[in-house]
Each structure stands twice: as structure tokens, then as C-alpha cells.
Design a protein around this ligand. Structure first.
Ligand code: 4AD
Length: 467
């Protein structure tokens, strides 16, 4: 009948009191028939539990024998007294340790584990010091065990903070949360990167983005909407030669926004600015403990960002690259390499790792993007970069029916699958625009992680459909 205490809540103020805790047995060190050390882990927090045979603790030699044969990762309930360790315990996340009185195991023995959490949790420094590690492939194959590391526990809680701050901010600005269909008739972004499927005899596909339906919701008079949900991309850029292309998944979490605008696409950029300064600030406040846990395994510097986000035009970006000796097509697109390079130049010149680039060439944007009024070679569009990589793309959309049909034609879009989308503009649409964010990219780059699979709970790539 004793109430459980969570491992994360074990603090110095509790010294001297008896507690009941539950955790997984990460490691057991057997010193002698009279002394054993358990490292118990719960949700990424760890505490050392010491079992000594003595008059005072009433722990028997048999109990220590019992602890010795437990499989690692077993669930163990421990009743014990909170004490201060003689010296800090390195692997523990808590300042206190537990003097064991009683221990109960909740499982039977396991077969040998395919992955040890200890090994999955190694930092670069641990590995350099010669400790056994685990490669990413093995870790992803055994993701359920891999997820138990303190860094992974933290990464997905950080994702939760971003998700929550995104919603919190938008709801406060009267945006309406909507849910758009993931089964749709055709490509929404143009191009061939779609998963095709058979919908009762009719060709269909998994939505590449909520683009079409979030715009149709605007035509349905919701004014401002947002969507959080799975987005599917049959990333054809993956090849067997580049199986680990680092920023791309075949399924990711999209955070999408669409809104009416008064007159200019800068209104959308203003929202991105406010929203992301809010998200980063909240993340640093609410997610401080988790960020620290990520840093323990994957060290990184805090993100440099400005209270008012820097905006550069695409042409200015091209000029900066040119001045640095990098030649890029002024009416073409950037690639991963030139984006990184520009990120470095921006950091040197403006001391920020978060900025927006706008007025992209129209030719490199989807058909629904509004061209610039003063020069149709460019468009009212933008990308947002975090540590040199794209996390957001957005734009003002074409809201005039005839113009939309014309642009779709010019872009070689098959209008058959877009009929009802085009119809939405037939009966009047307001000027509007929006943007899409990739959640896994935001967290990957905020924490300067080297692979997007680290921020996807169960990542999907061309070579992985399980677990
Ligand atoms: O740049 P994308 O393709 O833009 C759209 O989907 C538009 N409908 C957005 C809009 O409202 N105009 O995707 C938006 C974001 C990217 O900036 C990136 O963060 C993420 O989605 N993203 C991916 N994340 C992981 N894996 C992939 N394969 C991704 N493709 C895009």
C-alpha cells in the first residue's frame, strides 16, 4: 500500500525517509556475498541502490544472491532509505542513493538482450575511451530497447515540448486546429515522390502534405488553420549508394499552417518569426532538463537566434555566396551544400543560426505559389533555415482561379486529380498563404544531431519498414 516515488523525484530533502521506487535494472555490480550495487532506471532517470547485509538493513545473503541472478532490464521494486552517497555516483542522474531494505522482481528472466541500454547510451567521449558502444543500425533494429536511453527519453520529450508550444501559440492567435485526409487522389506538391495505392479500384496516394486541404479549409472560411499530422514522401532521392541521406524520412510529422492575409506575404513571415522565437524560448525554459540529458550523450552548443529573425532575399543570399566564391544559379535552387555554406556566412555576418530566405525563383517552387507582382521570375515564398538546413517552407498562394489553372498547366500538373481543389477557388478565395514545418528536422537541428532517424520514434526510410 506504500505510494511509489518516481526516480526523477528523489532529492536530498528526502534523506532519511523510506521510499518505494520502481525501475529497470540497468546494471548490477556484485562486490561480495554481502554487498551489491544496482543501477535502477526509470524514464531515463537513474539511481544507485546499495544492498548490504547488515543488522540494520536486514538484507539477507539470500537477497543479494537473488539480485545477482536478475536479468538486466528487469523491472524491480525497491523499498529502501534515501541516503547521500559517500561520493557522487557517475552513472546516476540523482544526487541521492537508496539503501535497500527489500527488493522484488516483476519479471521472469529474459533471454540475452540484443542491445544493452548502457551501450546505446555511450557518448563520443565514452567510445573514445574504449567503452563498448552500439551502432545506429543495431539500435534502430532494437528501437524499443534503444528508446530507454536518457538521451532518447529526452529527445522525444523535447519533441513534445515543440508540439505543445506550436499548438499553444497558434490557439492563442485564434488558429483552428484541423485534421486533413491522408488518403488523397494525387500528388499535392508536384513530382513523383508519392506512395501510390489502390483505393477501391481508383488510383490514390498517401498525402505528401496537407497543402490542398488546408487551402480548401481557408476557402471554407476558417480564416486561420493548423494541422499536425503524418506526411508521406516516397523519397526518390534515396539510392542504395546513399541509404542514410541524413535529413529525409519517408514519413514525418508535419506542422502546417495556413492563414488569410491582408496584403503581403511578410505577414506569414511575421507569424513564423513570433512562433519560432516563442517555441525556442519555451524549449529552453521547459525543456532545460531534457536538453541537458541530450547533451550528456551528444554535446551541442545552444542555438544562436535573434529576438527578431533575420530576413534575407534569395538574391541577397546568392550575392553572399558569390562574394565568398561560390557560384550558384540565381534562378535555380540551393542544394544541401550551398544551404550549409550560406548558413555559415550568415552566422559569421549576423551571429544567428536561424534565418529566413525569401523571394525564391518561381521555377523552383510548387505550382500553387504566388509569383512576385513586380517580377514573375520570383515568387512570394520563403524557406527558413536552422543551423544551415531547411526546416520550413512557405509562401503566399495563388487565390485567383484562372491564374491557378494557368500556372498548374505551365508546371505540367495533371489537373484530373486536382479538380475539387481547383473548384474551391471557383466560388471565391481570399488572399492567403502558409507554411509547413518538419518536426523531426526542428529537433534534430536544435540539438545539432547528425541524423534525422535520431528524432523519429520509429523511422521510415527506403530500407526500413520495421519496427
Ligand atoms: O518543403 P516542403 O516539401 O513544403 C511543403 O510540403 C509545403 N506544402 C509547405 C507549405 O505550406 N508551403 O516540406 C515542408 C517541411 C520542410 O521544410 C522540412 O522541414 C520537412 O517539411 N520535410 C521533411 N522532413 C523529413 N523528411 C522529409 N523527407 C521531408 N521533406 C520535407
Amino acid at each position: 500500500g506504500k505510494k511509489m516515488t518516481e526516480v526523477r523525484d528523489l532529492v536530498e530533502e528526502m534523506v532519511g525517509t523510506e521510499v518505494l521506487i520502481r525501475g529497470r535494472l540497468e546494471t548490477y555490480r556484485h562486490k561480495s556475498s554481502k554487498l551489491g550495487f544496482m543501477m535502477l532506471r526509470q524514464n531515463g532517470f537513474k539511481v544507485q541502490c546499495v544492498a548490504t547485509q547488515s543488522e540494520e538493513t536486514k538484507v539477507s545473503v539470500n537477497m543479494i544472491k537473488f539480485l545477482k541472478q536478475l536479468s538486466s532490464e528487469s523491472f524491480v521494486d525497491v523499498i529502501g532509505v534515501v541516503v547521500l552517497p559517500k561520493e557522487p555516483v557517475k552513472a546516476s542522474t540523482q544526487k541521492v542513493e537508496i539503501q535497500v531494505r527489500k527488493a522484488y522482481c516483476l519479471n521472469n528472466g529474459f533471454p540475452q538482450l540484443p542491445l544493452l541500454v548502457e551501450n546505446a547510451a555511450r557518448s563520443e567521449a565514452d567510445l573514445k575511451a574504449g567503452k563498448a558502444g552500439a551502432d545506429q543500425y543495431t539500435r534502430l533494429n532494437n528501437r524499443v530497447i534503444d528508446l530507454r536511453t536518457p538521451a532518447n527519453q529526452a529527445i522525444f520529450r523535447i519533441e513534445g515540448h515543440v508540439f505543445f508550444a506550436f499548438i499553444e501559440f497558434l490557439i492563442s492567435k485564434r488558429f483552428v486546429p484541423i485534421f486533413t485526409p491522408k488518403l488523397i487522389a494525387g500528388s499535392s506538391e508536384g513530382g513523383s515522390a508519392v506512395f501510390k495505392l489502390d483505393y477501391f479500384g481508383q488510383p490514390a496516394c498517401l498525402a505528401q502534405s496537407p497543402q490542398l486541404h488546408k487551402q480548401m479549409a481557408i476557402c471554407g472560411d476558417f480564416g486561420r488553420v493548423f494541422v499536425v499530422g503524418s506526411v508521406f514522401r516516397a523519397e526518390d532521392s534515396f539510392t542504395h549508394r546513399h541509404p542514410m541521406k541524413h535529413g529525409h524520412l519517408c514519413e514525418f510529422v508535419g506542422l502546417d499552417v495556413e492563414m488569410e492575409i491582408q496584403m503581403h506575404y511578410s505577414e506569414i513571415m511575421d507569424l513564423v518569426d513570433e512562433l519560432f522565437v516563442f517555441i525556442f524560448t519555451k524549449l529552453n525554459e521547459r525543456g532545460n532538463e531534457e536538453l541537458e540529458a541530450v547533451r550528456e550523450q551528444y554535446p551541442f552548443e545552444p542555438l544562436k537566434f535573434l529576438p527578431k529573425t533575420l530576413r534575407l532575399t534569395f538574391a541577397e543570399g546568392i550575392q553572399m555566396l558569390k562574394d565568398a566564391g561560390v557560384e550558384v544559379d540565381p534562378l535555380g535552387d540551393l542544394n544541401t551544400e550551398t544551404e550549409r555554406k550560406l548558413g555559415q556566412l550568415v552566422l559569421e555576418k549576423y551571429n544567428t543560426e536561424f534565418y529566413m530566405l525569401h523571394r525564391f525563383p518561381a521555377a523552383v517552387r510548387p505550382f500553387y505559389t504566388m509569383p512576385c507582382g513586380d517580377d514573375p521570375r520570383y515568387s512570394n515564398s520563403f524557406d527558413v533555415f536552422l543551423r544551415g538546413e531547411e526546416i520550413i517552407s512557405g509562401a503566399q498562394r495563388i487565390h485567383i482561379l484562372e491564374f491557378l489553372e494557368e500556372r498548374a498547366g505551365e508546371c505540367g500538373i495533371d489537373l484530373k486529380t486536382l479538380e475539387t481543389y481547383i473548384d474551391a477557388f471557383r466560388y471565391g478565395a481570399p488572399p492567403h498563404g502558409g507554411f509547413g514545418v518538419g518536426l523531426e528536422r526542428v529537433v534534430m537541428l536544435f540539438c545539432a544531431l547528425n541524423n534525422i532517424r535520431k528524432t523519429s520514434l520509429f523511422p521510415r526510410d527506403p530500407q526500413r519498414l520495421a519496427p
